[in-house]
Write a protein that binds this ligand. Structure first.
Ligand code: CUA
Length: 193
């Protein structure tokens, strides 16, 4: 559970950071408005602006690359070293989940499964996730409502999500992508024992 704490803190920081960036943008606009001189030659102003823009853009790319590498550490996804010990087929449809052990060779429409499944704790589990109609997103939450893992459920694609449940108990499946009127009723349960 502790592995997710940095994520929560990051989310709190995100609000502060976005507010700070907002203030910075306003400050830059005010600076530009007050420091611009009207009688400056148009072409030389244009040239100066393009040069400055190129420099800022280059700086921004470096900043974003650094942010990406630093923040990737906090992603709770890691591939298993060995083969997954259990495989589960998951099909999302308007508006329910179908889950069954094993890899299914049936089409998503013909596949039969339940919105409840029992899985073992401390075993590498691979969810093979697809959709029978529109885009959904398969999100696994613990009993406290903390998102543990998620992947898109897309028609025509089989997305693999690997997860190992460290604790026994009930986990909730929620759809994380708006998929129509009854989107919020698209729920399921994983009993881990
Ligand atoms: Cu399925 Cu939202």
């Amino acid at each position: 559970m502790n592995a997710f704490i940095p994520l929560l803190i990051l989310q709190d920081y995100a609000v502060i950071i976005s507010m700070a960036v907002g203030v910075l943008v306003v400050a830059v606009v005010i600076f530009l408005m007050t420091s611009s001189s009207i009688d400056e030659d148009k072409d030389s102003a244009k040239h100066k602006t393009y040069k400055m823009r190129g420099r800022y853009f280059f700086g921004l790319i470096i900043f974003l690359v650094i942010c990406t590498f630093v923040s990737l550490r906090f992603l709770p996804y890691h591939r298993f070293q060995n083969k997954p010990e259990e495989e589960v087929t998951v099909v999302g449809m308007q508006w329910s989940w179908k889950m069954a052990p094993g890899v299914s060779d049936k089409s998503p429409g013909e596949f039969t499964g339940s919105n409840e499944i029992s899985l073992p704790a401390n075993k590498g589990i691979e969810f093979i996730v697809t959709s029978a109609d529109v885009n959904h997103a398969f999100g696994i939450y613990n009993s406290k409502g903390v998102l543990l893992a998620q992947t898109q459920a897309m028609p025509g694609y089989h997305n693999k999500l690997q997860y190992e449940f460290a604790q026994k108990g009930d986990y909730h499946i929620l759809c994380m992508e708006y998929c129509g009127l009854a989107h919020s009723f698209m729920m399921g349960t994983i009993h881990v024992n």
